[in-house]
Design a protein around this ligand. Structure first.
Ligand SMILES: Nc1ncnc2c1ncn2[C@@H]1O[C@H](COP(=O)(O)OP(=O)(O)OP(=O)(O)O)[C@@H](O)[C@H]1O
Length: 638
């Protein structure tokens, strides 16, 4: 991957944000963009040579016309038919050659550009994946997608069409100028004088265009972000009857895009129109002055006709080039947005390959937090002075009120984020030194809602270990006791689950998440216990699966249920970002602290539901560690 050194332009990167666009200048952006898609420049010299031949070929016709008239038709002894035929055949050959070269140039440019932009898309996509979820969340998903899709498309339009036409145009302008000067240097000067004001104003006009197209690209990102969010959240929008409000927001985004795109288009059109106007004026001036000069004997008819062809060759690319500026600015804006993604440093870097990289030592895993603090960007400290040991093969429940920092603790334990100060160690190795390959093999996070892909159940489970055989997946579902459930599905393990697993119930999706963890066979399991209630049959299956899964390995559950805390070997109580108590449920109830108060309120809540319990004794029910008796869903972090 063409890794990118962060530039000062991407100021947002330091705070874990993706900058709207790289602030590099036009040339720097093109150079950087081309270096990120090296295929575009592969064999470019052959393409340029072909383009040069095709450009030179275009001036054969005017020269042929002039020669045919002046030395063939108006030959001193009357028309010279042999010469005329030779000249016409030569011109036809040149036209054919020009056409062939132009075709080859196009094919080569298309092939090279598509290959280069595929590399750019892959690089940008990988980079987005390398960024932590925290960084990704600074931009809407749709807007991130637009950086890999529509922003790259703008580059492709320019490099394939605009870049080629700009190049051929420049060549054509140079060749036409030289030939015009050969026929009449003062008429050539006249053409240049007519175009000079336009040439001089191109740079400032380009800058103004650049601002407009940057706004267009940004608005495309915002609009796509809004649309994709509304599509993903369609159920919630419908449930709350918020269609109008959402539609209003989308309409505003679309309108904003229309406004900026129109403004950029109108501005670009005025540049194009001025090119057309100047071209018309130049042709008129050449015709007027040329005829006057011809009458005076300074030019032959052939020379005047050839000159008019050449003016056409000169003005045509100027007009096209002014239009291509539009594409260029659009492409630059797209390039800058893609480059900004590549310049965003990954805040959670894989140490693999660095001298200090150390895999987690084999055997059961002990985890330790040493003097850990953490704050989200621009936010207050949400974890403070955490010193905590999670013993090997213990079932640990982390409890605390909503917002106390439980999930953040789990994120640090699985290295989804790094502590601001202090260290998190697995078997004595700082997580920052553990290569991702080792970390992901030894540590698995089971989220509340595991993301399911629109493939079969089998493939969704296999995600945990891509090389796993069908037999290995079958063994997992058998050990988890899932066969009866699978037999009820139309194609068993090969049943497709729909987008995000929509054809499964919430509980069944959790089963798949647990099955993934089972297949991954980690030494440290971090579970974010689901808060949503599931049907009794699924709950029995889940509990059995979790019981098997957590047995013999270190497991840390973010406990939302009383029963999970009671079933744990160790309860860790988090309060306002600090670990305030550790011990078994029974010990902590007896100690009369924060846990005892939480416990008392759960018990009171349960009494309201008329379920008599012994406040200090293990209750029964479903837990993140498996079945510990009858169902009991009282939630811990109300
Ligand atoms: N991505 C984020 N950006 C900024 N602040 C965050 C982010 N995620 C969490 N926080 C804040 O960090 C604090 C701790 O959040 P955390 O999710 O760790 O709590 P929790 O105990 O797991 O809560 P819950 O039980 O509701 O899941 C909260 O004040 C929360 O607002």
């Amino acid at each position: 991957m063409a890794s990118a050194a962060p530039t000062a332009a991407t100021t947002g990167a330091a705070s874990g944000r993706i900058a709207t666009a790289s602030g590099a200048g036009g040339w720097a952006t093109v150079r950087r963009g081309l270096s990120l898609s090296p295929e575009i420049l592969q064999g470019i010299w052959v393409t340029l040579l072909l383009a040069a031949v095709s450009t030179v070929g275009r001036v054969i016709v005017p020269v042929g016309v002039q020669q045919t008239i002046d030395t063939g038709i108006n030959a001193p002894g009357g028309p010279d038919v042999g010469r005329i035929v030779t000249l016409v055949l030569l011109a036809a050959g040149a036209v054919l050659l020009t056409g062939l070269c132009a075709y080859l140039v196009n094919v080569r440019l298309f092939t090279a550009t598509e290959a280069g932009l595929a590399t750019l898309r892959t690089t940008a996509f990988r980079r987005i994946h390398d960024l932590s979820t925290l960084t990704q969340n600074t931009e809407r998903r749709g807007a991130l997608v637009s950086r890999v899709t529509s922003d790259v498309d703008t580059i492709s339009t320019f490099v394939q069409f605009g870049g080629l036409i700009l190049f051929i145009s420049l060549g054509q302008i140079v060749v036409a100028t030289v030939l015009m000067a050969v026929y009449s240097w003062w008429l050539a000067l006249l053409v240049w004088v007519a175009f000079l004001p336009l040439f001089l104003s191109l740079r400032p006009l380009q800058k103004l265009l650049s601002v407009r197209f940057a706004a267009v690209r940004e608005n495309v990102g915002l609009m796509l972000g809004g649309i994709s969010e509304a599509v993903v959240g369609a159920d919630t929008i419908r449930a709350y009857g918020a269609e109008r409000r959402t539609q209003g927001r989308i309409d505003a985004g679309v309108e904003e895009h229309r406004r900026t795109a129109t403004s950029a288009g109108v501005f670009a059109s005025s540049i194009f129109a001025s090119g057309t106007l100047v071209s018309g004026l130049a042709v008129a001036a050449v015709v007027g002055v040329g005829v006057w000069a011809g009458v005076g004997g300074a030019l032959t008819i052939g020379e005047l006709l050839a000159f008019l062809f050449l003016v056409q060759l000169f003005t045509q690319p100027v007009q096209i080039a002014t239009e291509m500026l539009n594409e260029l600015q659009n492409a630059l804006a797209g390039w800058r947005r893609v480059i900004a993604v590549l310049d965003t440093p990954a805040d959670i870097a894989d140490p693999a390959g660095s001298p200090g990289a150390t895999p987690v030592p084999p055997g059961p895993v002990t985890a330790r937090f040493e003097g850990v603090t953490y704050a989200y960007p621009d936010g207050p400290q949400v974890l403070k002075d955490i010193d905590l040991e999670i013993p090997a093969q213990a079932r640990v429940a982390v409890v605390g009120e909503t917002g106390s920092g439980k999930t953040t603790l789990a994120k640090l334990l699985t290295r989804l984020q790094d502590p601001a100060t202090g260290r998190v160690l697995l078997n004595g190795v700082d997580l920052r030194d553990v290569p991702f390959s080792s970390l992901r093999r030894r540590v698995v996070l089971v989220p509340q809602e595991g993301f399911l892909f629109d493939v079969s159940l089998r493939e969704n489970i296999r995600l945990a270990r891509p090389g796993a055989t069908d037999e290995a997946v079958d063994l997992v579902v058998t050990e988890m006791g899932l066969q009866p459930w699978l037999e009820g599905l139309p194609h068993g393990l090969d049943t497709r689950v729909g987008q995000r697993g929509e054809s499964l119930s919430a509980g069944e999706r959790q089963l798949v998440a647990v099955a993934r963890a089972y297949l991954a066979d980690p030494d440290l399991l971090v579970l974010d216990e689901a808060t949503s209630a599931v049907d009794p049959a699924t709950e029995v299956r889940l509990n059995r699966a979790l019981d098997g899964l957590t047995r013999g390995r270190t497991s840390v559950a973010i406990a939302h249920r009383l029963s999970t805390a009671e079933a744990a070997d160790l309860v860790v109580v988090v309060d306002a970002g600090r670990v305030v108590e550790t011990g078994t449920s029974v010990e902590l109830v007896r100690a009369g602290g924060v846990y005892a108060r939480l416990h008392a309120s759960w018990v009171a809540q349960r009494s309201d539901d008329s379920a008599p319990v012994d406040p200090a004794g293990p209750s029964t029910g479903s837990t993140a560690f498996g079945t510990r008796g009858a169902a009991d869903d009282v939630e811990v972090d109300a």
